[in-house]
Design a protein around this ligand. Structure first.
Ligand code: FAD
Ligand code: A2P
Length: 414
């Protein structure tokens, strides 16, 4: 009998630079740090990736789900991948080698070298709620984007507040642009980077519900914060956020998307929404709340509970409209961290104060949790949920994976 031929072929995991919107979700999700990025591309390290697929369903565009069969010795290095503007074609030599190997080994199938390991590494759900409507994704791409017209752009934060957050309404005219609450779109800012490449798209959550910012109009709204300081607090002018915040009525914007197939709201009318956000993380919460407000007239009965954090009341987008919503429709809890003369208060502090009511929601199978906003709050919010659960007789170690599995815990931080 012949000895099995050693497998010298790799099914290499790659990310399509033409579709990728550089949202960092894959890098965050990968349980073994196989994904990295530079200013140009997100890439996968061939020697680290074990094909566990943990990153695949959270990717909002599907750019992550690309594979090439290569001879192991010829695997694309990360430096090669950093330089790509598009994926290379499938190399036929490697495919032929794989076929030969499979035949020699007596295998029926070729090309499957992914480990098949089931990894439940994500902290939030990688599946949508069971009753969520089916989303459209990638209708418009980098290669074939669409154009929207600005029909509104106004500042949401107080003139005296430090942060400049805008509500921007984009109209698609007669072009189809079907969206769901929780989805996002990509904006392609004009101009090029220092090395002459077109700017990559920036992602923005929709702040309007599926039937439009104005019901039955083909428009969407965004909540955009002007980035004037980087994460190290150095002065900077964020390319896309400044472009968007400076747009005038009638300006044209290049749009791709829509994106996102998991951070979606349940459609059954008695489902409860527990929403926790800071700053522009309020955009999807506004979309979901507005959808429920409109639908309430048609019989939605589920509870809505919102925790919303900002530096001060003046920095909280949508403060006025939010505080005017009827108390029997939404239970709103605000947390301000920099109100003069008041102690610092974060969303998780407000959650602890309402532990009994949150625990009631956690006990219901109909509760769906959404967390959106500052990356830093994710740990604190999960910690608060754990404490609230455990103090109220719930076993978090069982509940947490169940929430994830059932599409009931959605995290989107950036
Ligand atoms: P860039 O030119 O990309 O960056 C300039 C510098 O600022 C860089 O050094 C960069 O590291 C740093 N920087 C980038 N963003 C920030 C920040 N937020 N705080 C501090 N420093 C920063 N933004 C919104 O305003 N509203 C949204 O609804 C929204 N939704 C998003 C949804 C998702 C899923 C993701 C991944 C991101 C979302 N963003 C949202 C962020 C948005 O995509 C951009 O990253 C943001 O507007 C900055 O882009 P820019 O081109 O202005 O800055
Ligand atoms: P802070 O006063 O500590 O910055 P931003 O305005 O930067 O978007 O932040 C929105 C709100 O989120 C602010 O009140 C900010 O407080 C708060 N915040 C900052 N870090 C965290 C965290 N780890 N958990 C919860 N909230 C946070």
């Amino acid at each position: 009998m012949n000895a099995p031929v050693p497998i010298e072929v790799l099914r290499q995991h790659l990310i399509d630079p033409e579709i990728c919107i550089r949202c960092n979700t894959c890098e965050e999700t990968c349980p073994i740090d196989a994904i990295t990025h530079d200013d140009n591309n997100y890439v996968v390290k061939a020697d680290v990736c074990n094909g566990c697929m943990a990153c695949v369903s959270p990717c909002p565009t599907g750019a992550i789900d690309n594979w090439r069969t290569v001879l192991k010795a010829d695997a694309y290095s990360i430096d090669e991948q950093f330089s790509w503007d598009e994926l290379p074609a499938q190399n036929t030599t490697a495919n032929a080698a794989l076929d030969a190997t499979a035949q020699a080994n007596g295998d029926d199938e070729t090309g499957e070298t992914a480990s098949g390991i089931e990894v439940d590494a994500a902290r939030g759900s990688t599946v949508p709620p069971w009753s969520a409507a089916k989303p459209y994704v990638n209708l418009y791409t980098h290669k074939a984007p669409t154009t929207a017209t600005v029909v509104g752009n106004y500042r949401l934060t107080d003139e005296l507040a430090d942060s400049d957050i805008h509500h921007i309404v984009l109209d698609f005219g007669t072009l189809p642009f079907p969206v769901l609450e929780g989805q996002s779109i990509g904006i392609l800012p004009p101009g090029t980077t220092k090395d002459g490449k077109p700017h990559h798209a920036r992602q923005y959550s929709l702040a309007s519900p599926r039937d439009g910012e104005r019901p039955r109009y083909n428009n969407v709204s965004l909540t955009v914060k002007r980035v004037t300081r980087d994460y190290q607090d150095n002065a900077t002018d964020g390319v896309c956020s400044n472009y968007l915040c400076d747009l005038k009525k009638g300006d044209k914007v290049t749009v791709i998307g829509p994106f996102g197939s998991t951070f979606l709201m349940p459609n059954h009318p008695d489902s409860h929404l527990l929403m926790i956000c800071t700053g522009t993380g309020s955009a999807p919460m506004r979309a979901m709340t507005e959808y429920r407000r409109r639908r309430r007239l048609k019989g939605a009965t589920g509870k809505l509970m919102l925790f919303f954090g900002a530096r001060t009341k003046e920095e909280l987008p949508y403060f006025g409209p939010l505080t005017n919503l009827p108390k029997d429709f939404i239970d709103t809890n605000l947390a301000f961290s920099r109100t003069p003369g008041q102690p610092k208060r974060y969303v998780q502090d407000a959650m602890r104060e309402r532990a009994v009511d949150i625990a009631q929601l956690l006990k219901s199978d109909g509760t769906y949790i959404y967390v959106c906003g500052l990356k830093g709050m994710e740990d604190g919010v999960l910690q608060a949920l754990q404490e609230i659960a455990e103090r109220n007789g719930l076993d978090w170690a069982t509940l947490w994976p169940r929430l994830r599995r059932e599409g009931r815990l959605h995290l989107e931080t950036y």
